[in-house]
Design a protein. Structure first.
Length: 95
């Protein structure tokens, strides 16, 4: 979309902020909805970024540094999702 490096970092941080609320509940056809959400979020995040709009570091897991924001997101996936995975599996297997 023609953004500079700063705007690209804004897009990444906007996307992370938007997606961190989404959890996985197993691979199935509804995953296509999650992919569509991810793609539309990426486009929305880029559109916001080229207008110099960015989620601030006081909101959620976003940090002033884009690499730290990415690290925070991966930490959620690596560390915090263990309990979420157990809970989701419990819900899915007890239906």
């Amino acid at each position: 979309m023609g953004g500079d490096y700063s705007q690209i970092t804004y897009a990444v941080k906007n996307m992370i902020a938007n997606l961190t609320g989404m959890i996985c509940d197993g691979a199935k056809p509804s995953c296509a909805l999650k992919l569509a959400s991810g793609v539309s979020t990426a486009v929305l995040s880029a559109m916001l970024a080229v207008q110099n709009n960015c989620v601030s570091s006081v909101e959620g897991v976003i940090d002033d540094d884009v690499d730290r924001s990415i690290h925070n997101l991966t930490r959620i996936g690596k560390d915090a999702m263990d309990e979420t995975d157990r809970c989701v599996l419990e819900i899915m297997t007890s239906k």
